[in-house]
Design a protein around this ligand. Structure first.
Ligand code: FE2
Ligand code: FE2
Length: 214
């Protein structure tokens, strides 16, 4: 396997583990905000999902010839910036809503059996995580409609945090072997980001008064 395959799966281990921490923090905030019990239980399930994703991604990394040692993680990278509504939008309404079409595109070219099984599992779960994000946001805005104005003001910065996908640094195209191992070309990330923003994310934000319709 190419070093880039191992680097990418190691990055995914770290990202999935970080998602578990973000979700645990979101769960704490959701309990403090008094969100409906169904959403709190769903958030606990999502913490478990993300820990599973991290473990499964590590198994793929090992299958690709990676080291058995834990992927190094900086504790500072696991800190979650608040406040709650901003973190919820950043990680779930934006992060998970973009993740679904990214993983769907990955799955189409992933033929390595171990990688394919993990991409399938993650894709299935991320659709639920995306739904949690928008339902939790709606519950939060129903409890406190005054949150719309500050959240709307923060949206450009929150969207900017995800811009890495829209504007990827130049990199050599992904080889057929890398593609089979679950990697996606940077130009594909950019194209999927643009389509998902226009057709999925932006309309959902507009519907909630969080982005201008024009
Ligand atoms: Fe995940
Ligand atoms: Fe997730």
């Amino acid at each position: 396997m190419t070093p880039r395959v191992r680097e990418e799966w190691a990055r995914r281990v770290a990202a999935e583990y970080r998602s578990a921490g973000v979700t645990a923090q979101v769960l704490t905030w959701a309990i403090q905000a008094g969100l409906p019990p169904d959403l709190l239980h769903l958030a606990t399930r999502i913490v478990t999902d993300e820990l599973d994703h991290a473990r499964l991604s590590h198994e793929v990394l090992l299958a690709m010839g990676g080291e058995a040692e834990p992927v190094p993680l900086d504790a500072a990278d696991l800190e979650v910036a608040g406040p709650f509504p901003h973190a919820l939008v950043r990680a779930f309404c934006l992060g998970e809503t973009f993740a679904v079409p990214f993983f769907a595109a990955m799955l189409r070219g992933t033929t390595h059996p171990g990688a394919r099984a993990v991409v399938e599992r993650v894709l299935r779960d991320e659709a639920t995580h995306r739904a949690f994000g928008w339902e939790a946001l709606d519950a939060l805005l129903t409890l406190d409609p005054a949150l719309v104005a500050p959240l709307r003001a923060a949206m450009p910065a929150l969207v900017h945090d995800l811009r890495g996908y829209a504007d990827p640094p130049p990199a050599p195209p992904v080889s057929p072997e890398e593609r089979a191992c679950g990697l996606l070309d940077h130009v594909d990330y950019a194209a999927i980001y643009a389509t998902t923003w226009e057709e999925d994310v932006r309309p959902r934000l507009v519907a909630r008064g969080l982005w201008s319709a024009g």
